[in-house]
Design a protein around this ligand. Structure first.
Ligand code: NAD
Length: 358
């Protein structure tokens, strides 16, 4: 393909401006943002002005009809991922949709089916895998250096980190709280390291006492406690068909330290990874040599300037080269199906089946 890709943006708020548009702007020789759409015209115009985009829309159907796009980023609140994604795919346009892919697995099934029917790419906005430390650890695991990974402990724990903007505390618009919003990143990273085994069941529990408490300080801006309808804390044990288990903890508020890491336990070695970090703190490998326990820190992991920019580049390259995306919609479906089972389990008190049928 010799011409530049024509890109549209659907939902031009925080993540679109901070990450997606920045990502396309980083590859001007390959892609050009030709239109921005947001239901809020001022937001669309502000984004367009910032990135020198000629045209704004408030209706994505009109944008899809008029702009002959090759790709769109869908960066709307979770409830509004499905409809624009399916509309774009039906119009023959490739989609990079923000995480979580849908409000639930049923929505994801529809979105994946639309991509298959259209023969177009559906990529999920899960950028953690593109950071330097995860890229290095993945090739270390794939080389067999850790043996079989049979257990992982994934933690996305914020002590006082309820997003004070957007709709992140609104279950109706988001589908859930920290589990679906940030647990999705650490769980995706963990699953990617383990080769995305097939989940079979989950047992989970959620709480919401701290998030609703008006007396507690929040580090990410103030918010109306009476409108807090999501969980503030979620914990789960997830079982996979290869016998592996993941324990997942994800919080917006908790009386414990901030943690953003996953620990992987393999038959040959273990690893602790903090995906957002660089340098010696990013990865520790736990192994044994000549009956000596060794804690090893890789010292020259290649620097990645922005995982978000790498994610957008992966989308652009998949379109140009006609290759599958490294983060397909089916991964998003698996994540949403796990969350469905965890939320259900918290209500029933039982271990619940994870339905990943496509
Ligand atoms: N990958 C990440 O690390 C990351 C970080 C933050 C947010 N996100 C995801 O990005 C999405 C948006 O989050 P945000 O923080 O940018 O929110 P935001 O509120 O800043 O922006 C969302 C924008 O979508 C617009 N919008 C709503 N419905 C629309 C529609 N039908 N058509 C067009 N525009 C519409 C809103 O007016 C708003 O401007 C969410 O799904 C969130 O989970 C991902």
């Amino acid at each position: 393909m010799s011409k530049k890709l024509r890109i549209g943006i659907i939902g031009s708020g925080g993540i679109a401006q901070g990450c997606h548009m920045r990502g396309y702007a980083a590859v001007p020789e390959l892609a050009e943002i030709v239109a921005v759409c947001d239901v809020n015209e001022k937001t669309a115009q502000a984004a367009a002005d910032k990135f020198d985009v000629p045209t704004v829309y408030t209706d994505y159907n009109e944008m899809l009809a008029k702009e002959e796009l090759d790709g769109v980023s869908v960066a709307t609140p979770n409830k509004f991922h499905k409809d624009p994604t399916i509309a774009a795919l039906k119009a023959g346009v490739n989609v990079l949709c923000e995480k979580p892919l849908g409000m639930n697995a049923d929505e994801c099934r529809e979105m994946c089916a639309a991509a298959r029917d259209a023969g177009k790419i559906l990529q999920v906005g899960l950028q953690s895998r593109f950071a330097g430390a995860p890229v290095w650890l993945k090739q270390y695991i794939d080389a067999g250096s850790m043996g079989d990974i049979y257990y992982a402990r994934a933690q996305a724990i914020r002590r006082r980190g309820v997003p004070g903007w957007g709709v992140f505390i609104n279950k109706e618009l988001q589908g859930g709280g920290p589990l679906i919003d940030i647990g999705v990143h650490i769980l995706d990273l963990t699953l990617a390291m383990m080769g995305y085994p097939k989940p079979v069941s989950a047992f989970g529990k959620t709480w919401d006492d701290l998030g609703k408490n008006p007396d507690l300080w929040n580090s990410w801006g103030d918010y109306d406690r009476t409108k807090f309808t999501v969980e503030d804390f979620a914990v789960a044990l997830i079982k996979f068909d290869n016998g592996a288990v993941i324990s997942l903890e994800s919080t917006f508020m908790a009386n414990g330290p901030d943690v953003w890491e996953t620990q992987l336990y393999g038959t040959k070695a273990g690893a602790k990874i903090r995906p957002g970090d660089e340098g010696k703190d990013a990865i520790t490998i736990f192994t044994e040599t000549n009956r000596q326990l060794m804690d090893i820190s890789p010292a020259n992991i290649p620097h990645v300037e922005s995982a978000h920019v790498e994610e957008v580049k992966a989308f652009v390259n998949a379109i140009i080269n006609g290759e599958p995306t490294p983060v397909p919609g089916e991964n998003g479906l698996i994540l949403n199906a796990i969350f469905d089972a965890i939320y259900k389990s918290s209500v029933t008190g039982n271990e619940e089946k994870v339905d990943v049928t496509f």
